[in-house]
Design a protein around this ligand. Sequence first.
Ligand code: XMP
Length: 522
Amino acid sequence: MSTPHETIIVLDFGSQYSQLIARRVREAQVYCELLPWHTPPDVLAAKRPLGIILSGGPASVYDQDAPTLDPWLLESGLPVLGICYGMQLLAHDLGGAVAAASHREYGPANLTTVDEGSPLFAGIHAPVQVWMSHGDRLESIPAGWRSLAATSNAPFAAMGSDSEKRYGIQFHPEVHHTPRGRQLLENFLFGICGCSGDWTAANFIDEAVEQIRAQVGDQRVLCGLSGGVDSTVAAMLIGRAIGDQLTCVYVDHGLMRLDESEEVLQNFDRHLPVEVVAVDAADRFLSKLEGVEDPEQKRRIIGHEFVETFRETAARLGSFDWLAQGTLYTDVIESAGHGTAGHGTAANIKTHHNVGGLPEELGFRGLVEPLRALFKDEVRHVGIALALPERLVHRQPFPGPGLAVRILGPITAERVATLQRADAIVREEVDAEGLGHPDAVWQYFAVLTPLRTVGVMGDGRSYGNVVGVRAVSSTDGMTADWARLPHDLLARISSRIVNEVPGVTRIVYDITSKPPGTIEWE
Ligand code: XMP
């Protein structure tokens, strides 16, 4: 299916940076899709791309099972930019020579010469810093191509054929360590492929609304709301498209942060002009969790109760044709089988519970997933374009099972209340310091442990719980580093929690990165 946008295709050869390339292209307001390298040519052609980017990848073109380039790609006459492995494939298929390297080149390098006459390097002057990460390197380039840039030890750091609009670069323009990478990608998109940059939040909203109307017609849609930005934006788009044919359900499992459910419902009230049914299921969840200490067991119970509560509520509200979900492009990519291995999935470290996978027995015709094409940061832009408040748009990620995975040991109403109070202090103080933004601190929260230590309170001896404070920087939650919060801020957090939250006598700060740790403690 072709899209109404100018489209660029990024073919994924398994690089750790493939998604990043796609995000950089989208940041330039050009729509692009990241597809596995083995995507059939008719599927690619049907998308009517204006250009193709070949990602890097871990293979060597000489490996027996090395990913290959479909001949269609070169016959199509489309502009092509090969990055790293993508460049080597171009060279290999067009008669250049690739040499197996004895060791990987990894790290910063300098382009000492750059051909500014080529549209790919327009406005980029040598010397210029780039980031290398490759094994094999180019020994000679295809006939009719030119070297466009060199480093002191690589004569072909970039090559191209301006007349055919085909280029290869050995370095990675998509990473921050290549400061002029953005310019280079924009040169390719705008100067070479002829894109104009028509992928904007406003255009997206208009099209999403039209598509939802076409999909749903006059039928009814049910949408589960979590209070997070994805489900809220999805519901807003659907509400804009079909008004009161949409009903939203918010299941309050009683494990939200302090006053959060009230705030979430007020937000819905203000910004979602459709019916929102709130179900207070706190007692039900707490009673099922009684005496349970195993983290996976907690997740399973919450997942199960969530589906049951949702199912009962849906049945009470009548019959629905469609179920709405805030599925993102990252979920789509992750289930599509990218990379050289083709279909690898990450090991299941934690069972993540989301609205996803609600049983077909509920009788839905199918799913409405208006965010399927978007990365998380694009959802935030759409949220802002829909006039959602900044506070909601930049809400830190919050796990589906809520505070349950931050209460080590048994979950009781009293322990939930203790954690809520400690957590509220962490959030207040980090926000007051101006760090409550995903670019500064990605997630920041408190964790309640069952450990008890001795303290002094006034003249007496106290014996209370240890609370852990966790704050991490991250871009996607997949990897993370512990945030270097200012010591004075940590001191305020610590003294406020111990003074204001009964039963807590000691505060520890978590200095574990991910990997090897995870962001949540359970
Ligand atoms: P971990 O702890 O695995 O967390 O490093 C990575 C990101 O996922 C969030 N997280 C969850 N989200 N259901 C969710 O919807 C869950 O069960 C869950 N567990 C962790 C976590 O907050 C972080 O953003």
